[in-house]
Design a protein around this ligand. Sequence first.
Ligand code: SF4
Length: 710
Amino acid sequence: MEDSEEKVEYKKVDELEAGAYISSGGSLSKISESFEERPVQVDLLEKIVKAFNENKIAVFEAGTGVGKSYSYLIPSVLWALLNHQKVVISTGTINLQQQLCEKDLPAVEKIIGQNFKYVLLKGRQNYICMRRLNDAASILDLFEGETEELKTIAQWAQTSDTGSKSDLPFMPSESLWTKVNSESDACMGKKCPFFGECFVMKIRKEAALANLIVVNHHLLFADIESRLSGAGFEDAAVLPPYRHIIFDEAHGIENAATSFFSESVNRFKLNKLLNQMYRHRKNSEAGHLCSLAILSSNEERAGEAYEVTNKIKLAMTNVEIAAKDLLQNEYTMRLYDATARNFGPLLVAIGELTRALGTFTAIVREVMEGVADEDKEAPCYYESRVILRHLEAYVILLKNFAVWDEKRDDVFWIQKKRLPPDMVRDSGEAEYIILTQTPLDISQLMNAGVFEPMESVICTSATLKSGRDFSYWMRRTGVSLAGEERIIKGEFPSPFPYNRNMLFAVPKDAPFPDNIEFQQWVEMALPRLIQAAAGRTLVLFTSYESLKSAYRTAVASLRGFTGRLMKQGDDDNAKLLDAFKKENESVLFATDSFWQGVDIPGESLSQVIIVKLPFTVPNDPVFVARAEAIEKRGGSSFMELSVPEAVIKFRQGIGRLIRRSDDKGVVVVLDRRIYEKRYGSIFTSSLPECKKAYEPLSELTGRINSFIFD
Ligand code: SF4
């Protein structure tokens, strides 16, 4: 933040007074029966107060059980009330947002003895738009096969307090929800007949008055993007103006920002929008473009729609044919110097698609321009604005593919994905293609949109360190671009007794993962380890193929075992976790999302098995491009990217085991590289102080059994 004459002088929050709320004899001790003073929690709280008082960027790693939400919520509220400022709390998951708003913030009101205003704000697409819902009746043909669901949503909207999708008693189909949710381009603002009862306006009003606004990283980035693209930092954009952010679950910032700032297109996304705009069936035409044409002085332009939409569909088919031809047996491919020549035919097909889609968007735009002002309140006009914005974004993305070599800060890549079986039946195709543009590096963007303009930013998570320091995470997220004098770092270790309650075990006789016998060995070892822990095991894989094969073998070799064996993909993730939690002896074979966020205290989870160290597979095009960028400037991508990224994921995986102070269990890593390779020490140095065993499998199983059950 640059010094300026207008810089506001803030009042300082007293660190010790703030810390006293959660110390012995403080108000938390009086209202909580299970109170135990946690010095590390008090310490973290005081450091966060300091960060607010001194306009710092804080990087604080706080282990499981520190109770970090009170440590940042209390300073945030005190600061907000004292200085009449807003503090934005950004988290990675909805679970944490709900916990903050439903449990922790009401408790903070009691702890500090003051009421304050806070609001959980979601992206506007999460709220129903009463105007679109009402207009749906006049465009029922757009809701073919969805009218029953639409009626149920309409009934719910009459009595809902929030209008938020998550409060619906069922999960609406994506296709229906996107036709009735709130969209900025479809919003009539003050002219809307439903303005007075609008859920979005209501929650925004609450946010404008709130001291604390709880959001997810995605919504925060939407706000930052709009500020960077011209809205500035003084006025309301997606969020009201603010200068203080707390990032919880900050380990996920890079992924969240990368996903937010990526753009992609595929046949289904494109066709859905085209069909809403224009459909031609059995000699009849329908869609918003037809409704617009009736109101437009440029009506004749709509006459070209039939031919142009056919051209777009044909061009998209040609893009898919060329992409599949290029990919052959691969699932992803990056467009860069080494592949540019092979991409030739695909780029030609993309060029045709760009031209056809560009013609269509020009038609829609001209027809819209011919609509007189008094007719611009027609539903078709607002709906067309939404669709046009998306289609124009696709045109830009496709054009960017053509000039990829001028855009070296982005990764251009294609991906082949399998269609779900019901869609294969309808379309006759088994796979479809996605074209994506992803930023190579989000650090500059984060610095320009977050670290530089904000006064204080507090980043916290249980896993920010990779090895002994924060440098990897700070580099990737742009914190390291801020001046040294603005940054404070700290570690706040978990108060749980890991040295008593956790055994870290590695079988000494496992083959190395690059050995062809590794998978077979894993499949022999897993049933024995599962039996040693009497089920209660989460097995974390890095590959779904390996998972499936190991699961099949385990089912066959554990026939007499009474616990249930489950695997990711058998049901939706939440249901699997629920069953795993309830059935003590069950076992879950999982990948990806289960490495983090799984919170299962108690006996159901007594063993976490990590099959392989979680290095990103070298066919992830964005990862490879990032690695190449590091090599190009003379660095080692293995030590600067692969290892630190894997260490953070590894620590997330390990963190699934001990969730409460009385939890006890074992982490088994089947990947011997952790002890045999030099870089292994970066993984082991980030383990909490615990018991360790490096023995042959036959000895480990007995030790695991007695550790858990004796
Ligand atoms: S004000 Fe905007 S979001 Fe709200 S109901 Fe009207 S059109 Fe929909």
